[in-house]
Design a protein around this ligand. Structure first.
Ligand code: SF4
Length: 487
């Protein structure tokens, strides 16, 4: 570009000033100012409510997720799943624009439902909202009933729906009402007094690791107990490449979901993302309804297997006992690489409780624990977990803080590694702290969602990634005289 056409900068920032600020944002002084920040969020460790609702919808047989609201929002959820799973995420939107915002989105919903039903032949359409219809107060109950009355969809076609206002909560708060609505729509009136279909309803909660769903199914097969795994996305987002496109691979069979209230027992594996759904179960069935922690690490996996064993009066299968032994052996082999190492961890509350439990088992220190939307109850529960181990002493729990806060914390009070989703890579780049990728979303590495992080195999995977990250670091940074074949 010639001198004449160069854009004249309004404010000239010198190289020296840039360098000064770069250093200043790593200081205690900046941290104090940053930690006092409340009105602005920078790089939050969560997504918005409808994304959680959409994940649930993908997990049911023949189900088309339907966004009542803005096209751009719908593109965001789809692209987040595309990038994380590297798979299509077929979903539709009724594309509300300015006139919808002024007059309400009923006409958009009518047209959208009719087109979606006619063109894409789903067995169920799961409707949820973006911010815009929530702000103007669209009445989904009335709109969907009107759509039936006016013949846009058949009277008996299942259209569960959830209000998912994103200015409140996160993706886990959208997951819960969508799951409850699907189960209520399919089977809310199908409870038969005295019936026990002998199966277990297993509810993983918000989990974007397809390997975890396969692991749950493998456990239940080993127990030889029939299981309805709710919102099962293992095939939806990890289907075989055959050359023929199927928009609805896998998912929880609708018939099984419809019989959920007649199950022998129900277990949820996350408490924060399944609260309303579990209340619904408790109110509608006399069968046992249990909420357990996410089974990350040996202790939490033991709790799940013991509970299944107790509820179904069956011993834990020998193959799972052997697998536990192999996990303990792998942990013993690798413990010296994790012992007393400090970690910063960020993500969803249930996932954090699982990873912290696993780190404490390994003698590691979960030093900064950050949940970008949570409450005092979570903080108390996390503190109780930390108090169970000497490695939990002096660790810090940060709620309602974002990853720019975490950057300040890591700059002034460093850790050995970060554990969390891909958004933490900015901290890695700035501060040189390695990131072990786990959680959602992971858009810059391949195939990690295929590796389980729950159960005994999950514990082996996690500790392998963590220990090898430290060993890679030693090989790259050690002096020549310490460069060894063996570590
Ligand atoms: S926060 Fe609201 S506006 Fe933003 S993507 Fe989510 S639903 Fe759309």
């Amino acid at each position: 570009m010639s001198e004449q056409c160069a854009v004249k900068k309004v404010t000239e920032i010198t190289t020296e000033e840039v360098e000064r600020i770069k250093e200043w944002i790593n200081t205690e002084e900046y941290k104090e100012k940053n930690m006092a920040r409340e009105g602005l969020v920078i790089n939050p460790a969560h997504a918005c409510q409808p994304l959680g609702a959409q994940l649930v919808a993908h997990g049911f047989e023949g189900t088309l997720p339907f966004v009542h609201g803005s096209q751009g929002c719908a593109s965001y959820y789809r692209s987040a799943f595309n990038r994380h799973f590297r798979e299509p995420a077929p979903a539709v939107s009724d594309a509300m624009t300015e006139d919808g915002a002024v007059f309400g989105g009923q006409n958009n919903l009518f047209e959208g439902l009719e087109n979606a039903y006619t063109l894409y032949h789903p067995k169920m359409i799961a409707v949820f909202t973006s911010c815009m219809p929530e702000v103007i107060g669209d009445d989904l109950t009335a709109f969907i009933q009107n759509a039936r009355n006016e013949g846009h969809i058949p009277a008996d076609f299942p259209v569960p729906y959830a209000n998912t206002p994103s200015f409140n909560g996160t993706h886990i708060h959208g997951y819960d009402p969508m799951l409850k609505s699907i189960l209520n729509t399919l089977g809310g009136d199908k409870k038969v007094e005295g019936k026990d279909n002998g199966s277990l309803n297993l509810i993983p909660g918000f989990d974007a690791c397809t390997g975890n769903y396969r692991e749950y199914k493998r456990y239940m097969k080993a127990f030889d107990i029939p299981c309805t795994l709710m919102a099962d996305i293992s095939d939806s987002f990890d289907s075989p490449l055959t050359g023929t496109y199927n928009p609805y691979p896998g998912g929880t069979p609708l018939e099984d979901a419809a019989d959920a209230l007649n199950a022998h027992a129900t277990i949820a594996l996350q408490q924060y993302s399944t609260k309303e759904t579990m209340k619904w179960f408790s109110a509608n069935t006399d069968a046992p309804v249990e909420t357990l922690p996410m089974p990350i690490g040996v202790k939490k996996t033991d709790e799940l297997l013991m509970k299944i064993s107790e509820l179904f009066d069956k011993p834990v299968p020998q193959e799972l006992i052997d697998e536990r032994g192999r996990a303990v052996d792998a942990m013993t082999d690798a413990h010296q690489y994790l012992h007393n190492k400090k970690f910063a961890i960020y993500g969803d509350p249930d996932w954090l409780l699982g990873v912290v439990s696993f780190l404490l088992e390994m003698g590691a220190r979960p030093y900064h624990i950050l949940c970008s939307r949570s409450n005092k109850k979570f903080k108390k529960t996390m503190q109780e977990l930390l108090d169970t181990s000497p490695y939990g002493a002096d660790c810090n729990i940060w709620i309602n803080k974002d990853l720019w806060h975490l950057r300040s914390l890591c700059a002034t009070d460093p850790v050995d590694a970060l554990i969390g989703d891909a958004h933490g890579k900015f901290i890695t780049r700035d501060l040189g702290i390695p990131l072990i990728r786990a959680g959602f979303p992971i858009m810059d590495r391949v195939n990690l969602h295929r590796y389980p992080t729950i159960g005994y195999q999950g514990a082996i995977n996690l500790l392998t990634w963590i220990a090898n990250t430290f060993l890679d670091q030693v090989d790259v940074t050690c002096e020549d005289r310490n460069f060894e074949m063996m570590r």
